[in-house]
Design a protein around this ligand. Structure first.
Ligand code: PRP
Ligand code: URA
Length: 209
């Protein structure tokens, strides 16, 4: 079974409380969601492999560390995943960005895919799928399937708020994909929204509805 990790660094918890607040407006929501994504990626990338490299400093030659292994790509699930991309790119500016467009039918809660555009060498990259909300898990599972169908092999799912139902759904269907969240909330409500959650992430990020 895949790992599920809550990254509960004090700064992450503090910032998450800010965006949970219903009185936080679009500008601050956007800014802080990206800050949380950046902090999460800092934590998640602790295990990236390193290799030795020889470097000439102004003082002479030395052997030091540099990143090795697979190149990275960030894959936001549209729309709300876009609200985490800049935060990831702050730390990994060379990462490629692939997009998966998906919306959840408000009645059935089933996801619908409407757009996929990925880097051509997706199978050689370590992918960070980002989406603020993991609710039923339907969108995340469909996004993972879309990636696997196109050859992706190594991916992790990074969300701000997860519901237990969504974590279980992804672990059941995709036991090879580790999940990272800033918080694990109580449950889904009768409309399929995460409680206490933060509301509709896409609407809050883009000022719609
Ligand atoms: C939200 C959210 C996830 C999905 C989670 O997107 O950003 O993608 O719902 O729900 P699930 O786990 O039950 O599938 P939404 O469909 O509202 O689209 P948007 O990002 O365009 O607002
Ligand atoms: N999508 C959201 O944006 N919020 C939720 O709570 C659930 C799904």
């Amino acid at each position: 079974m895949s790992k599920f990790t809550v990254l509960n660094h004090p700064l992450i918890q503090h910032k998450l409380t800010i965006i949970r607040n219903k009185d936080t407006g679009t500008r601050v929501f956007r800014e802080v969601a990206n800050e949380i994504a950046e902090l999460m990626v800092y934590e998640i990338t602790r295990d990236l492999p390193l290799e030795d490299v020889t470097v000439q400093t102004p003082m002479g030659e030395t052997v030091q560390k540099t990143l090795s292994g697979k190149k990275l790509a960030v894959i936001p699930i549209l729309r709300a995943g876009l609200g985490m991309v800049d935060g990831v790119l702050q730390l990994i500016p060379a990462a490629k960005v692939g997009h998966i467009g998906m919306y959840r039918d408000e009645k059935t809660l089933k996801p619908h895919e409407y757009f996929v555009k990925l880097p051509s060498d997706i199978e050689q990259r370590e992918l960070f799928i980002v989406d603020p909300m993991l609710a039923t898990g339907g969108s995340a599972n469909m996004a993972i399937e879309a990636l696997k169908k196109r050859g992706a092999q190594h991916m992790r799912l990074v969300v701000l708020v997860a519901a237990p139902e969504g974590v279980k759904a992804v672990q059941d269907q995709n036991p090879d994909v580790d999940i990272y969240a800033a918080a694990l909330d109580e449950k889904l409500n009768e409309n399929g929204y995460i409680f206490p959650g933060l509301g509709d992430a896409g609407d809050r990020l883009f000022g719609t509805k």
